[in-house]
Design a binder for this molecule. Structure first.
Ligand SMILES: [Zn+2]
Length: 166
């Protein structure tokens, strides 16, 4: 945690702010896919740490590179979805890799504030991020980021307009 959907907030905001340099689909998928093992363990049980090897920067980086390959290979299909959602997404290899890395790394950072069992800097065993911000602050920041991201998306696509002057 934060509960998996909360990770979409910061990722959506970053993806919207840098939509021409960071592939939005990559950053969104990457920010939640890290919890795949944790989900499995939650329902079926696992030996060892609940958050496991994907919740390390090494594991997250490897997963991000794997995800990049899948998104790169599916880019024609994904581009059609982006166009329908009016997301001006860059599907260059660098944007896809950048999105995947930022998505997985942001997940590790946010989780590292909250969970005792995470060793983000494996093989270094200490987690100096633990408790740096409270859980409430973490959830609040994720929520604010999501609201800002949605606002930017709507504003950019002129689905809402800001009337700053009368
Ligand atoms: Zn997680």
């Amino acid at each position: 945690m934060p509960l998996t959907p909360f990770h979409l907030g910061p990722s959506f905001l970053i993806g919207e702010l840098f939509e021409k340099r960071i592939n939005l689909i990559s950053i969104l998928l990457a920010s939640v896919i890290i919890d795949a093992r944790a989900f499995f363990c939650f329902f079926f049980g696992c030996a060892g740490r609940f958050h496991g090897p994907l919740h390390t920067f090494v594991g997250a980086t490897l997963l991000a590179l794997f995800l990049s390959i899948i998104i790169w290979k599916s880019r024609k299909f994904l581009k059609q979805i982006s166009n329908k959602l009016k997301i001006k997404n860059d599907y260059s290899y660098t944007s896809i890799i950048l999105g995947s890395l930022l998505g997985t790394w942001s997940h590790i950072i946010l989780d590292s504030f909250m969970h005792l069992d995470i060793i983000p800097f494996w093989p270094i065993k200490s987690n100096f991020l633990l408790g740096v911000i409270s859980n409430e602050t973490n959830y609040t920041l994720c929520t604010i980021a999501l609201v800002l991201g949605i606002f930017i998306h709507l504003q950019r696509n002129r689905l809402i307009t800001l009337k700053l002057s009368r």
